[in-house]
Design a protein around this ligand. Structure first.
Ligand code: NAD
Length: 480
């Protein structure tokens, strides 16, 4: 079966691209081309925004009741549930995530988001009447914000599309999705399911393209709100454009999260937990806990345990169900990670496992060796900058106050964990670390609750009623 595609999804149909540029999708494991798809131009984006604009200004979707929209999104959810295995394989093939991770998070988690948002939408106060203080009643309505531009990254493509698409749909918005050029295949399957579910023409439009075309979409006069997930550098540029145009914007950006290991932690359980919290998706995760904080008295024990855990993880073919760490998404990402491993050594950190060079037995593919650094000072660049690969830094702390100080000594504020035998002590630490999400002895995102970042990790929240609210404008109607 060929994965090649020749059209974009615009106005409910397959539209021929305006230009002739194409994207070659290259397997990060074999380095071979697995598919060719069109690369969007500004003209394709213009057509997609025009379709979304028409569907919003004249079409049925924003005028339907929330219940009617919920019914269509429920259809989509049911269809999506039947294609999880296919979706997981597609994402692993295009960007190299271990299938074990794709079967856990790349496909089922987006579906769980749809279900969670459906539950939230059923209970959401779309229109309520309040007793005013001036003798009138006030009808408070939550109306759709308009045409949404959704820009996801490649690392968790469906996860980051769904966190925008579903609340946009449920609110009555229309949307243009611009997937990252590394992951253009999964949106085609998603588009087929949207059509089958009965989403009206023009409500969802998809044009895969690179940064410059993405910037054109952000600045487009036909777009009312931008929902972005990606790097902090791109987020700053997008925020500046949206600020100038007073466009609504939500930003999910980078992270450099800390896992604080307290002395009373169950070390074996902590190491098992860190395999996921620190190294999920081969370390290509915004929430990855890449700074491991251990007390000076327990430092060597934690370093040894982590070195043994990471050395024991299976690296290789993402399609092998036993693989825990796959290749990096692209050669440039492999080179970036290797550059940081070299930098860590120059800064004086000590490699205890991994280091530069190919993993044993892997002659092809964009692999790096999972690496643990010891003797890391939190001011080193490897502790401050997002590497986006399987590279962990173990940093010593004096006491709990010092651990909290180090965790907070970061430009970012996305996530974090504390590992301890005393859950109340863990909750105390959780309250003191300035991040949008935090885990005690676990890191699992829950779609019932808001997700997002403090500081340079973003603006706004996804998931929960808070995430749905980002796709609405508030209107107060005063009536006698
Ligand atoms: P990136 O910023 O390079 O690209 C992300 C997306 O934005 C891509 O679709 C890209 O084409 C587009 N883009 C880039 N510059 C743009 C611009 N100026 N205008 C419009 N569109 C633009 O990021 P990436 O390398 O694809 O993804 C990795 C980054 O994403 C990491 O920093 C990671 O932490 C972050 N991320 C954050 C979250 C979160 O929820 N906070 C989740 C996943 C990934």
């Amino acid at each position: 079966m060929t994965l090649d595609r020749t059209a974009f999804f615009i106005d409910g149909d397959w539209a021929a691209p305006a230009g002739g540029d194409t994207i070659e999708v290259v397997s990060p494991h074999t380095e071979e081309v697995i598919a060719t798809v069109p690369e969007g131009s500004t003209a394709d984006v213009d057509a997609a925004v025009a379709a979304a604009r028409r569907a919003f200004d004249q079409g049925p979707w924003p005028r339907m009741s929330p219940e009617e929209r919920i019914e269509v999104v429920q259809n989509f959810s049911n269809l999506y549930a039947g294609r999880l295995g296919e979706m997981a394989e597609l994402i692993s093939a295009e960007m190299g995530a271990p299938l074990s991770f794709s079967n856990l998070a790349q496909a089922p988690a987006p579906w769980m988001q749809i279900e969670a948002f459906l539950g939230i939408a059923r209970a959401f106060p779309w229109e309520e009447t309040r007793t005013g203080v001036l003798g009138t009643d006030v009808v408070v309505r939550r109306e759709p914000v308009g045409v949404v531009a959704a820009i996801p990254p490649w690392n968790v493509p469906q996860f980051t599309i769904m966190s925008k698409l579903v609340p946009a749909l449920l609110s009555g918005c229309t949307i243009v999705v611009k997937p990252a050029p590394e992951t253009p295949l999964d949106p085609y399957l998603m588009a087929e399911l949207l059509v089958e579910a009965g989403v009206p023409n023009g409500v969802v439009n998809i044009v895969t393209a690179g940064r410059e075309v993405g910037a054109h979409l952000v600045a487009h006069a036909g777009v009312d709100k931008v929902a972005f997930t990606g790097s902090t550098a791109a987020g700053r540029k997008i925020a500046a454009v949206c600020g100038e145009q007073l466009k609504r914007v939500s930003l999910e950006l980078g992270g450099k999260s800390a896992a604080i290991v307290l002395d009373d932690a169950d070390l074996a359980a902590t190491m098992e937990g860190l395999k996921f919290a620190s190294l999920m998706n081969s370390g290509q995760a915004c929430v990855a806990q890449t700074r491991i904080l251990a007390s000076r008295s327990n430092y060597d024990t934690v370093v040894d345990a982590l070195a043994e855990t990471v050395a024991g993880m299976q690296v290789g073919d993402p399609m092998d169900p036993a693989t825990e760490i796959g290749p990096m998404v692209a050669q440039r990402q492999q080179e970036r990670v290797e550059k940081y491993i070299a930098l860590g050594q120059e800064e004086g950190a000590r490699v205890v496992v991994g280091g530069n060079g190919r993993p044993d037995g892997l002659d092809n593919g964009w692999y790096v060796r999972p690496t643990v650094f010891a003797d890391v000072d939190n001011r080193m660049r490897i502790a401050q900058e997002e590497i986006f690969g399987p590279v962990l830094s173990v940093i010593p702390y004096d006491d709990v106050d010092d651990a909290v100080r180090i965790a907070n000594d970061s430009e970012y504020g996305l996530a974090g964990t504390v590992w301890t035998g005393d859950v109340d002590a863990g909750l105390d630490v959780a309250r003191r670390v300035r991040t949008g999400t935090y885990g005690v002895n676990t890191y699992t995102m829950d779609f019932a609750a808001p997700f997002g970042g403090y500081k340079s990790s973003g603006i706004g929240r996804e998931f929960g009623p808070e995430g749905l609210a980002h796709y609405t404008e508030l209107k107060s109607i005063y009536k006698p």
